[in-house]
Design a protein. Structure first.
Length: 413
């Protein structure tokens, strides 16, 4: 007798798509600079694009010894969880360095962060609600614009000149827009390399105190001064002490791969940032913190920074000496007293994005200035970093840039 037929298999129900991404994840574009860096990473390209420290200047032996010592002193501690605020000995060392630069600081004033970029993210998370107004220099650090965009802030540019923020313009915008905070890179700014003078810093501090405004002072480049007098931090000015989050980093003076930064802030804001950090990553890498603390105890970081400054000054001078022959007649550029960047502007009829296309074809790269702007950009601007190539290589790169300029001509065609 035949077996009964098997019942038909029901058709599989169509799968439902997963829920959509958060709006903030799709509202903020990726960094065009990262895309340019990928192009510039091709063998043979001379790149003025990346804001990267020179790898041949890293104190590799000193840092290797510091890691060995961190394990030798207590391998168990080096590999264990740590406190959110950071290893006490590293906080003490950072506090001593900040105090030596003119801003009295104790270890309790600080939180160690996973790079200063995390410090900015923590402060933004602690302060900024969707729709809050955040003021920035124009142009400004691109990753800060991404950070504020992810938070849903309404970002408004403050007019600047060759020395930075114009205090009168800032006063008018603060009165009109009632912002939550002002973000600034006042010393050797990224992307422009400019430094805000002391009198303007004092004016910014007074405006913040009078109008009720948080200040976020980002200082990754301040120790890379080649010439000129030191300018006190914004955080050191009367009126700013109780409202300034100061962000610092070891990336530019020790090594960016350590991913070590720090945050100095008033107690309530510092506590909010620490709670936010607990939710983000619990704490920064213990072994990296202990190695850095050992390095600061046993190595002469100031002497190392002095050698880096000397090399960077020579490279800056090589770039400045050759720009006149490399860029079109009528171009203009500044002379930064330190840091990593020169800011240039092409004459009428040129577009930096068009020039980049031609430059990459000649195996040289830079970063167009447009992505750094809030609102309408200046398409003729460009950022050139001088840190990662020798003076001889810089000269060769400028010859290639001159060939690219000749190729596109003044119309960009």
């Amino acid at each position: 007798m035949p077996s009964p037929a098997a019942p038909p298999t029901p058709a599989a129900a169509p799968a439902s798509p997963p829920p959509s991404f958060a709006a903030r994840a799709t509202a903020v574009a990726g960094s065009p600079i990262r895309e340019i860096l990928a192009l510039a990473a091709r063998p043979g390209v001379i790149s003025f694009a990346g804001g990267l420290p020179a790898p041949e200047l890293f104190d590799t032996e000193g840092l290797r010894a510091a890691y060995d010592a961190a394990f030798a002193e207590s391998a168990v501690r080096a590999l264990q969880y740590s406190t959110t605020e950071g290893a006490p000995e590293l906080r003490e060392a950072v506090a001593a360095r900040v105090s030596a630069r003119g801003l009295a600081t104790s270890a309790e004033d600080l939180v160690v962060t996973t790079g200063s970029q995390q410090a900015l993210t923590l402060i933004t998370s602690a302060l900024v609600e969707p729709g809050d107004v955040v003021l920035v220099e124009n142009p400004t650090y691109l990753a800060a614009l991404q950070c504020f965009g992810l938070a849903g802030a309404r970002v408004i540019p403050v007019p600047c000149d060759g020395e930075g923020i114009l205090p009168d313009a800032l006063e008018e915008i603060v009165a009109r827009e009632r912002p939550k905070l002002l973000y600034s890179v006042p010393t050797f700014q990224n992307p422009t390399g400019r430094t805000l003078p002391g009198a303007r810093r004092a004016a910014v501090a007074r405006i913040a105190a009078r109008r009720g405004l948080w200040l976020v002072e980002d200082d990754p480049y301040g120790e890379l001064r080649f010439e000129g007098a030191e300018v006190p931090w914004l955080a050191a000015h009367p009126g700013a002490q109780d409202r300034t989050a100061l962000l610092g980093s070891f990336s530019k003076v020790m090594a960016p791969g350590l991913r070590l930064g720090w945050l100095r802030a008033p107690q309530a804001l510092r506590r909010a940032a620490a709670v936010t950090k607990q939710a983000a990553d619990l704490h920064t890498s213990t072994v990296d913190q202990l190695a850095a603390a050992h390095y600061l105890r046993t190595a002469d970081l100031d002497a190392h920074i002095g050698a880096v400054r000397a090399a960077y000054r020579e490279r800056r001078d090589a770039l400045l000496a050759g720009l006149g022959a490399a860029l079109p007649e009528g171009s203009a550029w500044n002379r930064p007293e330190g840091g990593m960047f020169v800011w240039a502007r092409l004459p009428q009829g040129y577009d930096a994005a068009d020039l980049l296309t031609a430059a990459v074809a000649h195996d040289v790269a830079f970063v167009p200035g447009a992505p750094f702007y809030t609102g309408a950009p200046d398409p003729r601007t460009l950022r050139l970093s001088f840190t990662t190539h020798t003076p001889k290589e810089i000269g060769a790169g400028l010859e290639r840039l001159a060939a690219a300029v000749a190729r596109i001509g003044p119309t960009g065609a």
